[in-house]
Design a protein around this ligand. Sequence first.
Ligand code: PMP
Length: 342
Amino acid sequence: MNLSNLIRPNILALKPYSCARDEFKGEASVYLDANENPMNEPYNRYPDPLQWALKEKIAKVKKVRPEQIMLGNGSDEPIDLVIRIFCEPKQDNIVAIDPTYGMYAVAADINNVEYRKVLLNPDYSLDADKLLAAVDSNTKVIFLCSPNNPTSNLMNRTEMLKVVTGFQGIVVIDEAYVDFSSEKSWLEDLNQYPNVIVFQTFSKAWGLASVRCGMAFASEEIISYFNKVKYPYNINKLTQDFVSEQLDQEARKNEWVRMLLEQRTALTEALSELPFVEKIYPTDANFLLVNVPDANAVYQYLVNKGIIVRNRNTVSLCLGCLRITVGTKEENEVLIGELKRM
Ligand code: PMP
């Protein structure tokens, strides 16, 4: 793979914005370079544009180099950036599994880039050959998501590897739900596959969805283009400091994951005893995809009881499906209690 052939020519040639904090990086006693207000320390100062202190900590936890990390306003920011870096509007295209996380298609539409959906098998497994058959010389990016949303299953690693090695462009592997999964992360093999970009997020296992901090991991070279294109101060100081603090509590995160996996098993068992539940799909995520004869009716019944699940009835291959997030023991019991009375 030749990265410079994949990157849009205008991005390759881009002279990025140079902010005050880029031009002077050392320690000084008087800062008069950024038109900041001298009052209201420390919030008066622009934050570190590349968030090095936070990245150093993430790098230790994820066992990568800090230069291999890009942080965004949730994973949604790197999704958009990948498209803006690699895909020429009205010319290039993206190939992705279907069904999957809806933002890939929306970000492609916003950027006026063709988005080619390739249906998963009926059991939601990945057929690498079928996916690769949709690729042409203008395909720059393939989106894979594993564990996949909304189908909740892992994609088979051998099939994913076929995609990664059989495609001369960028393969995004969205691992938002990896902490709940029995399969190891692709981060461990990142250095072997220079065309892979792995997405993870603080929104799920770390319990920080409101904070909006997503991670993209890739080669230093790819990350350098993310850094050129992103807004200079895309992660504010409050988020940088707070996520950094939360990273000290990895044991608490692991305990939450353990509890949620226990609840996932309990919820699966309780749901499978309900007469109208036709199928619960195998899950490696913190949610279940459940098939019922009339998803709209069950959805509306639960709304009336003050319980909100996600109706996936109109999503490809998901007719009759509800997506149910695993909650606390008490929340799951309320759900099951109401479904038993239905
Ligand atoms: N990827 C997947 C597969 C998701 O399901 C979600 C959220 N539903 C995201 C990314 C977005 O996560 P974030 O909060 O980091 O933007």
